[in-house]
Write a protein that binds this ligand. Structure first.
Ligand SMILES: Nc1ncnc2c1ncn2[C@@H]1O[C@H](COP(=O)(O)OP(=O)(O)OP(=O)(O)O)[C@@H](O)[C@H]1O
Ligand SMILES: [Mg+2]
Length: 358
């Protein structure tokens, strides 16, 4: 049987690896899964600062989980990627491929020479008006080179570089369905980034990455309770630091709870701003569903804060829902615990080749 592909999500907090095999019928079976925590600041603002930590992390995952596959599907995110829905005169794919190089210039803040461009035609239904809607993706070459370099150095072969916002859509498609005319916001809250992808009738209509995430919670605890970053992180995860090397008086859990609540509120407001920006693009748009993923989805209170702010039901993403696995190989509780942070990696691993090469 041919060797499979590795979905590799290099996040700023941890690297996640997922390998899927075809299961019964059209479904998938979990073949490999692993997570490697990175040291602080290994990735800052999407840029790789500590490449050896990442190379070691990838090697550790490959060795520890005895992964034989070598070809990697990975993703990038943040301000080095621009995704825009643009309207162009109706044209064939060949014409689009030819003209996009000079069409793109006006839509992106970088020189077209510094980016890789990709397009996806969203609809040609308005062809009678002589126009079509196209999703334009521009990713900075230098960031792609940074990510492919660490993957090469770890002994693997980068095959596709996708965008995190699209991977969470792949993951959603695997596990859920959206109804016609439904507007669904996929929101992935990691450590340093929030990836948003708004689907309208199941098609991406808007994406945005916000520079916020779980780090904000840790930093607020650190600042307000005057503890170290590590202590703040432990408190955030529900731990107790009174037995650790704490230099402070006993921390009252209520204080942590109220910081988590207030930070959840401000994060929810930022997410609302992006969603409102999209909803304001046409009359009558209404948000129907929110699907939340990412490690920070585990903060108690974030779901409530989002539901209150967005006035919409918020569901937690369940990336492994339609993926079968052998409970002798994978502890169901462990998978359940890590499911929120696995959305991007699952989306990458389930990407079919030829789908949308970057
Ligand atoms: N049980 C938990 N409660 C609260 N926060 C948690 C919990 N588990 C993990 N987190 C937080 O989730 C974040 C990591 O999530 P995730 O793995 O999605 O991020 P990442 O992909 O590594 O980072 P990014 O995509 O932002 O660069 C960290 O901030 C971590 O502290
Ligand atoms: Mg992430």
């Amino acid at each position: 049987m041919a060797r499979g592909y590795i979905g590799l999500d290099i996040g700023s907090h941890s690297i996640k690896v997922v390998e899927l095999k075809p299961g019964k019928g059209a479904s998938w079976r979990l073949h490999k899964f692993g997570l490697h925590k990175l040291p602080a600041e290994a990735i800052v603002d999407g840029a790789i600062m500590n490449s050896s930590a990442i190379v070691e992390g990838i090697r550790d995952l490959i060795a520890r989980h005895k992964i034989n596959a070598r070809e990697v599907i990975t993703s990038i995110a943040g301000h080095s990627v621009i995704i825009k829905k643009i309207t162009l005169p109706a044209m064939t794919d060949e014409e689009l491929a030819e003209s996009i190089q000079w069409e793109a210039e006006q839509y992106i803040p970088f020189s077209v020479n510094d980016v890789y461009l990709d397009t996806q035609v969203l609809n040609r239904t308005s062809a009678e008006s002589g126009q079509m809607e196209v999703l334009l993706v521009a990713a900075k070459k230098d960031i792609i080179q940074e990510y492919t370099a660490v993957i090469n150095e770890a002994g693997l072969k980068p095959l596709i570089v996708d965008v995190a916002a699209f991977s969470i859509e792949n993951c959603f498609d695997l596990n859920s369905e959206s109804a016609p005319n439904e507007i669904v916001a996929l929101v992935n809250v990691g450590a340093s980034l929030v990836n948003i992808n708004i689907l309208s009738s199941g098609i991406t209509s808007f994406t945005r990455d916000i520079n916020m995430g779980g780090n904000q919670f840790t930093e607020e605890i650190q600042k307000q309770l005057n503890v170290s970053y590590e202590e703040a992180e432990a408190l955030k995860l529900g731990g107790n630091i009174s037995s650790a090397q704490s230099t402070t008086e006993a921390i009252v859990p209520q204080e942590v709870g109220s910081i988590l609540r207030s930070t959840s509120e401000s994060l929810a407001v930022e997410i609302q701003r992006s969603i409102d920006f999209y909803l304001a693009t046409a009359a009558g748009l209404r948000l129907n569903r929110v699907v939340l993923s990412g490690g920070t989805a585990k903060i108690t209170g974030l779901v409530d804060a989002l539901e209150g702010t967005l006035n919409t039901k918020v569901e937690l993403s369940d990336p492994f829902r339609n993926i079968s696995f052998n409970p002798k190989e994978f502890d169901p509780d462990y998978l359940k615990d890590l499911a929120p942070m696995s959305a991007v990696a699952v989306g990458l691993a389930s990407r079919r080749l030829g789908d949308k090469p970057a």
